[in-house]
Design a protein around this ligand. Structure first.
Ligand code: DGY
Length: 327
């Protein structure tokens, strides 16, 4: 019998075609919004596999209703929307799509860094509001990036790509803090491993690239912002809950740090009246780090291949919980 796969959003056609060519029976959710938890559970009950993404709550409750799933294939590198422990207990393999969005997300972090340093979003808004007056020799001055120190919190693929750009473009010194040392970054980029407090104290630009875990949730809070340089720029393209939004707003208002560039917020979507959106020293984007044709196409292919290979060979090429397949 044909395996039935539930596809929770309109994903790029490349991956959907691969699944179709393999003869799977696909159910495509065509609405321009994520399913509610009830819609998701009701539909998934009748399917063997799921292609989902970060806006789908694959929590204990959902998994309790759908323990029959053969495989869950996440269209993203982050999988904090999935209760991995419960999936593993139920012996459901969880696939994901690492690598596909590395360059796209590093570009967004790099772009936000420059945009914050030069107050680009705010300056754009002054034109729209009719405030472009005469050339002003002392107005809204920014900061140059040459020779500055970039601190990376969570140096993996995306952090490495950002560090490569910053070193090549601005000769930046690279510092990082990780759970484990990154020998490649130390060798190729001269990156220096420091503890968290030193990362906070020494970075001119501090960019977050970690996963959201209980340890990293709101790790960038008032105490952390207080330890940063008043001239520092904070960038988060990873997950919104890694920073405490209220504490960040306070740090920006009180000049504890120079500015912030966010591609991720908590909650998402951010409300249009959020104070960050009107601040001179903040630039916010709506979680578009991986939003390039190249990245999203590749993500859809990897998500499809995780399912295809699972049913063909019993192996999932990119798997979060390999212990399910190799007990
Ligand atoms: C991810 O992959 O985790 C991004 O946040 C969305 O592409």
């Amino acid at each position: 019998m044909k395996k039935k796969i539930l596809i929770t959003r309109k994903y790029p056609e490349a991956g959907i075609s691969l699944l179709r060519e393999q003869g799977f029976d696909l159910t495509l959710w065509e609405k321009d919004r994520p399913m509610t938890p009830m819609e998701l559970a009701d539909l998934a009950k009748d399917h063997q596999a799921l292609v989902c993404t970060l806006t789908d709550r694959i929590d204990r409750d959902f998994l309790g209703k759908c323990p029959h799933l053969d495989i869950i294939s996440q269209f993203a590198v982050g999988y904090d929307n999935i209760d991995i422990a419960s999936a593993t207990r139920l012996r459901i393999p969880v696939g994901y799509t690492p690598g596909a969005m590395t360059e796209a997300t590093a570009d967004i972090a790099f772009g936000l860094m420059i945009a914050v340093a030069r107050k680009m979003f705010f300056m754009h808004k002054t034109i729209i509001s009719g405030q472009w007056g005469y050339f002003n020799p002392t107005g809204h001055l920014g900061m140059e990036l040459t020779g500055k120190t970039l601190g990376i919190f969570g140096l993996g693929r995306i952090g490495f790509s950002l560090a490569r750009r910053c070193k090549a473009a601005y000769g930046m010194k690279i510092l990082y803090h990780n759970r484990t040392r990154n020998a490649e970054a130390e060798q190729a980029l001269g990156a220096g491993f420091v503890d968290f407090n030193d990362l906070l104290a020494q970075s001119d630009i501090l960019s977050v690239h970690c996963a959201l875990t209980p340890e990293t949730r709101q790790i960038f809070n008032q105490a952390a912002f207080k330890k940063m340089k008043p001239s520092a720029i904070f960038i988060n393209t990873a997950r919104g809950p890694v920073h405490h939004e209220g504490d960040l707003i306070e740090a920006l208002r009180e000049g504890r740090i120079r500015g912030a560039g966010l591609d991720v917020t908590d909650p998402e979507p951010m409300r249009p009246d959020n104070p960050l959106l009107s601040m001179e020293n903040a630039c916010v984007l709506p979680h578009v780090g991986s939003a390039t044709m190249e990245a999203r196409t590749q993500m859809s292919v990897l998500a499809a291949m995780n399912i295809i290979e699972f049913y063909r060979t019993g192996k999932v090429p990119h798997i979060v919980n390999p212990e399910v397949l190799n007990p």
